[in-house]
Design a protein around this ligand. Sequence first.
Ligand SMILES: [Fe+2]
Ligand SMILES: [Fe+2]
Length: 472
Amino acid sequence: MASIDYNERIPNNVDLAENRRLLRALEDWQPKFLEWWKDMGPEGFQAKEVYLRTATSVDAKGWAQFDYTRMPEYRWGIFLAEPEPGRQINFGDHLGQPAWQEVPGEYRGTLRRLIVTQGDTEPASVEQQRHLGRTCPSLYDLRNLFQVNVEEGRHLWAMVYILDAHFGRDGREESEALLQRRSGDHDKPRILGAFNERTPDWLSFFMFCFFTDRDGKYQLASLAESGFDPLSRTCRFMLTEEAHHMFVGESGVGRIVQRACEIMREHKTDDVRRHGGVDLPTMQKYINFHCSVSLDLFGSEVSTNAANFYTMGLKGRFEETKRKDDHRLKDGTYTVATLAGDKIITREEGALVSLNERLRDDYIADCQRGVNRWNEIIKSHGIDFTLTLPHRGFRRAIGAFAEVKVSPDGRVVGEAEWDARHRDWLPSEEDQAYVGSLMQPVTERGKVANWIAPPARGINSQAADFEYVRLG
Ligand SMILES: [Fe+2]
Ligand SMILES: [Fe+2]
């Protein structure tokens, strides 16, 4: 491997050529990453040429270069957003001090844990999605799946860069461990629950991109506020890529909704399945499932860990610097949903310990905007149906609602009602089997599966029949 010019092979803006120690660490890690990618990355398409966007620099021109690439030859680069001269720590006990360029010794373990937890989600999602290529609804969608996959791979690189560059031997050990855990594996699972769920079909994939990648956006945005400047800069650049993942999710679900509406109107029926589409009540069940799984990723409503991350200056709020308050939050309060017997009430909690809930609120508001746009599609077809987000207490495994059963409309329900109704609220085995039955690959140029509307426009302004993946 010594003949590879890593500085050329790994596009970067971190002076990789000048940093021998880091270069050696990455030279050691890179072949292991590729081995992981070949074992656990997109199954069956490693040798195919895919029309991919590669970041070769952070400026507007360089971060979106389109060309055909075989995925194992994708140039996973290391990019930090440009430094902000004189950047300070913007919250917590160190407010107003210069941002750290090196890891503050007293926070080393906490910071490493935060970075590893974020980093672990990146390869996990690639593993969860590795079988989907075989059932793609179009070449356009196939290409988008692979774009998301290589970028999640690059996000892993981004986190491994921070670990290798700033955490010495511990960091290198964590970098290795990130390649050893496996999504859904009983013995060595990925760290967070949602990243051990299956993504068995394309409806689940689009829902995952909408709900779970959006959790990623909110976590990255809070880490982008970090007083540890290299982490802040790496997360800021990752967010530019994350936007595309959420586009894939929102437009994917939107196109399925659109197709359902077209069928309903064309055939004057609610029986969308009879005509090979996914009916809106089924879409609602998938929303309920993926939203609730993703809400758990924000953690407990009241959390001293969250308070500590903030006070230490490691993880801020969403858009911390745009908020007008003291950025210490020692005295303030925040309204948190909680349980009082079998009633759901709200209660004022200390602002610091409520930071998980505050981030979850920002996330829910963002999800709602996407759901509203799906409802616009339904309305534009003159159909009377509204998709909604489930109540935040629905089907939660973490936090105040973990011990009870809550209906999607926010009532605490007994076992009997849950047993009687949960098939109306969550995808049943039949629903999953039906969606599974639709997953027949469509790989002809310009063709799209019957259950999803064609995309509104091509990637990088390409024509509808563009050969996004050369299967030949
Ligand atoms: Fe990511
Ligand atoms: Fe993502």
